[in-house]
Design a protein around this ligand. Structure first.
Ligand code: GAL
Length: 463
């Protein structure tokens, strides 16, 4: 563990440490919101890591996070931190909180969700709080490297092995998912859901009016996009006001071009981005970007999904939280108003996004937090939350009758498909890497320089 942490610090913390004072003062002044858009997302994610770095640095000099200072969470109260505040996001969380409060009327829940940036702002606030020894009782964190290389590496999370034993959870989640939230034999969080990244939602009337069938390959996608454009419909909706949405499309093109094994090899370093087999993915990405709405840079994911809901655009590649948004917020019916298909070329793979919750060190109401985590881990809670949120339960023994046609199909695919980790949602690579990948995608979206793009994605591994 120590070697792991040290390696992490060597690669990122050294640079980050130099920025600690500056970043702290920016955040303390509420300056995150005041930064220019172009620099905001880079800085905020950098801040997340830098503040973690600052904290990890403190530990080396005797600082402690487990301690005496007052952390959030009075007894009888738990504070749940997430970025689920708005359209398509909040319903599941509120229903979960209601269910918890019914089950445990003696413990009240504070919903500490932070709006804006689909997690960008929340992550910055979280970093400040963790740095200031004021962790929330529990917080939303993606399974995989976001959890492990940020918070576990900084020694800020309690292992939950005993909790898993006590709640008999070891065989209730897919093994791969438990592995994603584990490090060195310790389990660090409880998965709440599974979302699918490689799904394309489409407007059924637009497809019908133009006599179109869902494409199964990227070539078919391009043919269809041409037809849609000729018919005056935007083929693909994009809202990359927050750059992860474009990275989200790129990860699925990588999956389509490389297949699940090659895609995994890319993240574990066995395939270089400069390998000739990766270039077609970047070229296809450039082509896909030709078919998006002109105002993509000023929309967020909900605004762009709305284009599909209203028939101004035909398709959107978005995690299936968009299913929750279409259904709950736009009042649309799945398989009537909108349909879905695997991102072209990725049938048989399930690109996994999983939101999880753990127990930060320094929380003083551990028992209450564990009570909350036990509820969150239950089939009842997962089957209340996930049908509203749009994804599927992380548990393997949920009640499928609680899910609509989309949910049931996704549950079945999740059981049989190759499972691959999402880059854009923190599972495949560290947050430091993702920050740089988002930046490279942003540059590529305007320059379309394949060689430069792939070389920056490769170089970012070593930084
Ligand atoms: C993802 C998260 C989802 C959803 C989405 C859009 O990172 O895992 O649950 O919140 O962002 O905000």
């Amino acid at each position: 563990m120590l070697t792991f942490v040290k390696k992490y610090r060597d690669s990122f913390f050294y640079q980050a440490a130099q920025d600690c004072i500056l970043i702290e003062s920016v955040i303390n002044n509420g300056g995150v919101m005041m930064l220019k858009k172009q620099t905001m997302w880079v800085s905020v994610l950098a801040a997340t890591l830098a503040l973690t770095a600052c904290n990890a640095g403190d530990e080396e000099t005797g600082g402690s996070n487990s301690g005496d200072e007052e952390a959030s969470g009075e007894s009888g109260e738990v504070e749940i931190f997430s970025w689920w505040t708005g359209a398509g996001e909040e319903d599941g969380l509120l229903a979960l909180i209601d269910y918890f409060e019914e089950e445990h009327p003696d413990i009240s829940v504070t919903n500490a969700a932070v709006a804006g940036g689909a997690g960008t702002n929340a992550k910055a606030v979280l970093a400040t709080r963790m740095q200031g020894d004021d962790p929330p009782s529990t917080f939303q964190v993606h399974a995989g490297e976001e959890l492990i290389q940020t918070w576990v590496a900084a020694d800020m999370m309690e292992p939950l092995n005993d909790f898993y034993e006590q709640e008999e959870l070891m065989d209730k989640f897919p093994e791969e998912l438990i592995e994603m939230v584990s490090h060195d034999g310790n389990i660090y969080s409880v998965p709440m859901n599974v979302h699918r990244s490689n799904v394309m939602f489409y407007n059924k009337s637009v497809f019908e009016e133009n006599g179109l069938e869902p494409p199964t390959t990227l070539d078919e996608f391009f043919d269809l996009a041409e037809e849609l454009e000729a018919a005056g419909v935007t083929p693909l909706a994009l809202g990359d006001q927050e750059p992860w949405t474009a990275t989200h499309i790129f990860e699925n093109i990588l999956l389509a071009e490389l297949g699940p094994d090659g895609y995994r090899d890319l993240w574990n370093g066995d395939i270089s981005f400069e390998d000739p087999q990766v270039a077609p993915a970047a070229e296809a990405f450039a082509e896909v970007l030709e078919y998006v709405n002109d105002d993509h840079a000023s929309r967020n994911w909900q605004d762009s999904a709305q284009l599909v809901g209203e028939g101004e655009a035909a398709m959107i590649n978005m995690g299936d939280w968009a299913h929750g948004y279409f259904h709950n917020d736009l009042g649309l019916e799945v398989n009537e108003d909108y349909g879905y298909f695997p991102f072209p070329g990725t049938e048989g793979s399930f690109n996994v996004v999983s939101d999880t919750f753990g127990l930060p060190k320094g929380v003083d109401n551990v028992e209450d937090v564990e009570t909350f985590l036990a509820v969150l881990a239950s089939t009842e809670a997962q089957d209340i939350f996930n049908p509203l949120k749009g994804g599927i339960p992380a548990r393997i023994d949920s009640d499928e009758s609680k899910y609509d046609e989309y949910g049931q199909a996704a549950i079945s695919d999740f059981q049989s498909d190759h499972l691959t980790p999402s880059l854009a949602h923190g599972s495949a690579m560290s947050e430091g890497y993702l920050t740089q990948a988002n930046q490279a995608v942003n540059v590529f979206a305007t320059q379309r320089d394949v060689e430069r793009f792939l070389s920056s994605l490769e170089t970012a591994r070593g930084e």
